[in-house]
Structure formats: C-alpha cells, structure tokens
Design a protein around this ligand. Structure first.
Ligand code: ATP
Length: 265
C-alpha cells in the first residue's frame, strides 16, 4: 500500500443545487478506527460514497492506499455497512446469501461458490454470532442482527477497510457490544475503519480518532479533544454531550442546529 489508507483532498460534491461536500479533506492511516460526527445532512454518507467511488467528486481527489477508489472497491478492499434505510429488506435473500455477496469478487463470472467461499462465509457468520440465523430471510432479523450480517459480509470479503454508516442506530446492546468487539479485532488485524455515528457517548471507547464534519472537515483528532463541548457546539450548535438531555429534547435541539446551519450555508 502506498500512502495513507484514505486520502480525501479538497473534495467538493454537489447534488444539483445542493452542496454536500465543500472542499473536504481527510487523511486516515491504516488500522485506525475513526468516528465521523456531524449533524443530519452534514455530508457523512456522501463522504462514504466518494471514498467507495460510487460518486465522483466535482473537484478534489480521493486515493485509497494510493489507488483510485474504484480500483480499491473492485479488488474487494472496501467493506460497507449501509444505513438501514438504504437497504431493501424485502429482497428474497437469506443472511447467508448476503454474506456470500462478500465473496463475489473471489468468484469467477459464473458466481459459483467454491469450498473456500463457503468456509469463509460460515466463519464470518460465526464471528458475528449469526450462525443459527444463516437461513433466515435478511428482513426477518432485528436491527442489530442486520448490521452484524453486513459486518460479516465485509469479513467474508477480506476487506482491508470498513465503512459503517450509523452501525449503532436502532441496535440492541448485545449487537452493539459484538460489533464494537469485532471492529477492535478487525483494526488490530490491520483493517482501517470509518464509522459515522450519532452515539457520542460510545465514541471515545470505540474510536482512536474522531472527525467533525460539516460539509468540510471542521476538526480531526483524538476523540476526547474533538468531543469538547465547544467543538460540538461549532458542529451541532448545542451541548450534545449533556448526559441528562432526554433523547427527544436532543433531537429537537439537533433540528434547531440543523436549521441554524442551513441558514448559515
Ligand atoms: N441523492 C441526493 N440528491 C439530492 N440531495 C442529496 C442526495 N443525497 C444527499 N443529498 C443532500 O446532500 C446533503 C448531504 O447528505 P448526506 O446524506 O451525505 O448527509 P449525512 O450527514 O449522511 O446525513 P444523515 O446523518 O441524515 O444521514 C444533504 O443536504 C442531503 O439532503
């Protein structure tokens, strides 16, 4: 691998009139776990899509281990755990089928799974503790189990980088603990991990570093520094770390913060 695991340099992305990323820059070294924080609409999913090569930036460049994102993705280097709302849960695929998708890059164009593919899938299912659910239609899992199925897909793929979009949203405690443990294991095996999350309390335990995003990277550093109230206020316009803040109140504050940011932009 040449250069950092992820290099995002002055990347700008528009959706029509909407400016989603505005000269955003981020460098992430291999085997690090980085938490991506920003309010709704700050560009987190767009940043993921740019890193995966699903969206071409209007300006700037992205390199994954020194190569283009599309090359990295074709080589199976990037695992992706999407936001729940981005998945069609009615699709007639079993949990095992979803995990097997991680092996497509290892198969010929006939897509016939080899013994090694099947073994990799079973091992990944065991690692995420979903062996007993392997035959179930993917939509029949709980929120946390669904996330674990996608983590297993990345593991089966042999991904050297994992991008997780809100992996803890709507997730039970067991799944959260399993996912956290797995991400730590994957990072210690050399996998680079970028996680978008609204769960600020969990972030310091999970992440080596954190990024505050608001169309551009406002701040990047150690979680305990980035999560200082004054920095969060800059990104969210509220004291989101106040542990006594009821969730509904927090959501309301967040909406207010959103409106304020929109009026700034
Ligand atoms: N396909 C699209 N077409 C038009 N606008 C879009 C599209 N996708 C995202 N946007 C807009 O781009 C901006 C950034 O969106 P993005 O989904 O990247 O933010 P986000 O930080 O992931 O938000 P959330 O936390 O709500 O998932 C938002 O203003 C959003 O409305």
């Amino acid at each position: 691998m040449n250069g950092p695991a992820i290099l995002v340099e002055n990347v700008t992305v528009h959706y029509g009139e909407v400016l989603a990323l505005d000269s955003a820059s981020l460098t992430l070294d291999a085997a690090r776990i980085c938490g991506l924080i920003g309010m709704n609409g700050s560009g987190k999913s767009t940043l993921f899509k740019v890193i995966m090569g699903m969206i071409k930036p209007d300006a700037g460049r992205v390199l994954i281990g020194g190569a283009s994102p599309s090359k990295a993705r074709k080589e199976g280097g990037i695992g992706y755990v999407p936001q729940s709302e981005d998945v069609d849960w009615q699709f007639p695929l079993s949990v095992r089928d979803v995990v097997m998708m991680g092996r497509y890059g290892h198969q010929g164009f006939t897509r016939r799974p080899s013994k090694a593919d099947r073994a990799a899938v079973e091992e990944a299912l065991d690692r995420v503790e979903l062996g007993e659910y392997a035959g179930r239609q993917i939509g029949q899992l709980s929120g946390g189990q669904k996330k674990r199925a996608f983590v297993a897909r990345g593991i089966a793929q042999g991904a050297t980088m994992m991008l997780l979009d809100e992996p803890f949203a709507g997730v039970d405690k067991r799944s959260e603990a399993t996912i956290t443990r797995l991400l730590r294991e994957l990072a210690s095996d050399g996998c680079t991990i970028l996680i978008s999350t609204h769960d600020l309390h969990a972030l310091p335990q999970l992440c080596d570093e954190a990024v505050l995003l608001m169309r551009r990277v406002l701040m990047h550093g150690a979680p305990e520094v980035v999560l200082q109230p004054e920095n969060l206020a800059m990104a969210f316009g509220l004291d989101v770390l106040n542990r006594d803040l009821p969730e509904e109140k927090a959501a309301k504050h967040q909406r207010t913060g959103h409106a304020r940011a929109e009026s700034r932009g």
